[in-house]
Design a protein around this ligand. Structure first.
Ligand SMILES: O=C(O)[C@H](O)[C@@H](O)[C@H](O)[C@H](O)CO
Length: 423
């Protein structure tokens, strides 16, 4: 690492999300979300709602230049519509003021999966109206916080919401629609475009994305497996990047989309100030077996060391992903930020996490040497937190959280990252 250098204006940050750390799920007028009633409870989580000053002090000690957080839609609009909840706005006033006072730039995600229950009951991302309601919500945030937020991200990883939430039911709302989930991708893409317009109208200084991307490898070089991998790549990556960056949908997907969607493409393809990439691991695909309704079969990536969350550790795939984007979206790709990268490992003396982060930063540097304009990197996550359907077992934090006492303990990776960002 010693000889690894990044530009002096490279933006170093950490990321979290509201539902995974805040707790206080029924305090100060917050309404229920789809995740409040799905899987393990996050009613307390890291109790960040009450301990945010302590967490901001940890970030100040870490020396990062930016903090990526998310607003909780049900805290701002308990039913997902109408006038904002003043106590919800007041919490984020307190949080963002503390972050700014610490000399850290807020990077704000408008939506990180905590859809208000009422919006989901009205159809959620399966219906177009949710995109309109989302734009209203984004306008409220822009009007109230554009003076303090440095960079805005309308939606966190729409791919995960579509595939894990509506496609295979592993995440809230738990629908198993397989390819029937494709409309949720379009409505989120539309929500992205409408929110970019609303945020700019409210004076937002910089707007981008935080899309989950991963190379997709065929399990063999055979044509059938390669076709399957192309299909999965279309679903995971191009379904979300192409309309935003190129203004069109991947050919594999178009036959699954009603013609009316085409009219929305100009709204979706809003010019962006940055393109945020969340990277964790590559995927693998094989030709579908008999009876499989999908044009691919998801396979585990074998032959690599793994995290405690059973993710294969493949730093080179991040370099290849970024260089691939640089080629595919040449002339359309704004500056890139790694808005999330991290891993789950146990213990305070987390050497494995230091090695993971160092190897992925080397991959980012290699991509930059290959011409990719990467301007910043955000570790997932500042704190151990609620890892969705896996609950509290996976630990992704630079800071250990004792969920019984809420004691925060910086790990060795915290000390390592502090040294790196101070250079
Ligand atoms: O990328 C995601 O899935 C989300 O943005 C985070 O909320 C996760 O907690 C993190 O990635 C670890 O899996």
């Amino acid at each position: 690492m010693e000889n690894l250098s990044f530009p002096s204006d490279f933006l170093w940050g950490v990321s979290t999300s509201a539902f995974q750390i805040e707790g206080a799920t029924s305090e100060d007028g917050r309404g229920p979300s789809v995740w409040d009633t799905f899987g393990e409870s996050a009613d307390v989580a890291c109790d960040h709602y009450h301990r945010y000053r302590e967490d901001v002090a940890l970030m100040a000690d870490l020396g990062v230049g930016a903090y990526r957080m998310s607003f909780a839609w049900p805290r701002i609009q308990p039913d997902g519509a109408g006038v904002p909840n003043p106590k919800g706005l007041a919490f984020y006033d307190r949080l963002l003021d503390a972050v700014c006072e610490a000399g850290i730039s807020p990077v704000a995600t408008v939506y990180h999966w905590d859809t208000p229950r009422a919006v989901e009951d009205a159809g959620g991302w399966l219906v177009r109206d949710t995109a309109e309601r989302f734009a209203e919500y984004a306008a409220i945030l822009g009007a109230h916080f554009a003076d303090r937020v440095k960079m805005w991200i309308p939606l966190n990883e729409p791919m995960v919401t579509s595939i894990y939430g509506y496609g295979i039911g592993e995440y809230a709302p738990g629908e198993v629609l397989l390819l029937g989930a494709v409309p949720t991708a379009h409505h989120q893409n539309l929500a992205h475009g409408l929110a970019v317009q609303a945020l700019r109208a409210a004076g937002a200084r910089s707007v981008g994305t935080a899309n989950h991307h991963a190379p997709v490898w065929p399990v063999t070089d055979g044509d059938a497996d390669r076709d399957a991998a192309e299909w999965l790549d279309a679903l995971l990556n191009r379904l979300f990047a192409d309309p935003v960056l190129l203004g069109g949908y991947p050919e594999e997907i178009i036959e699954h989309l009603p013609d009316s969607y085409v009219a929305d493409l100009p709204t979706i393809a809003q010019p962006l100030d940055f393109y945020g990439v969340n990277y964790y691991e590559p995927y693998a695909a094989a030709a579908p077996g008999p009876g499989n309704p999908l044009p691919f079969e998801l396979r585990a990536v074998e032959g690599y060391p793994r995290t405690t969350n059973d993710s294969p550790i493949v730093p080179g795939a991040l370099r290849d992903l970024l260089v691939g984007f640089h080629r595919r979206y040449a002339g359309h790709l704004p500056p890139v930020y790694i808005t999330e990268n991290g891993c789950s490992f146990d213990g305070i003396h987390d050497i494995a996490r230091i090695k993971f982060l160092a190897a992925h930063l080397i991959a980012v540097r290699e991509a930059m040497d290959a011409g990719v304009d990467v301007r910043g990197y955000f570790v997932w996550s500042l704190l151990d937190n609620f890892e969705w359907s896996k609950g509290y077992q996976p630990r992704f934090g630079l800071v250990h959280v004792d969920y019984r006492t809420q004691r925060r303990t910086p790990k060795d990776s915290f000390t390592w990252y502090r040294k790196l960002v101070s250079r």
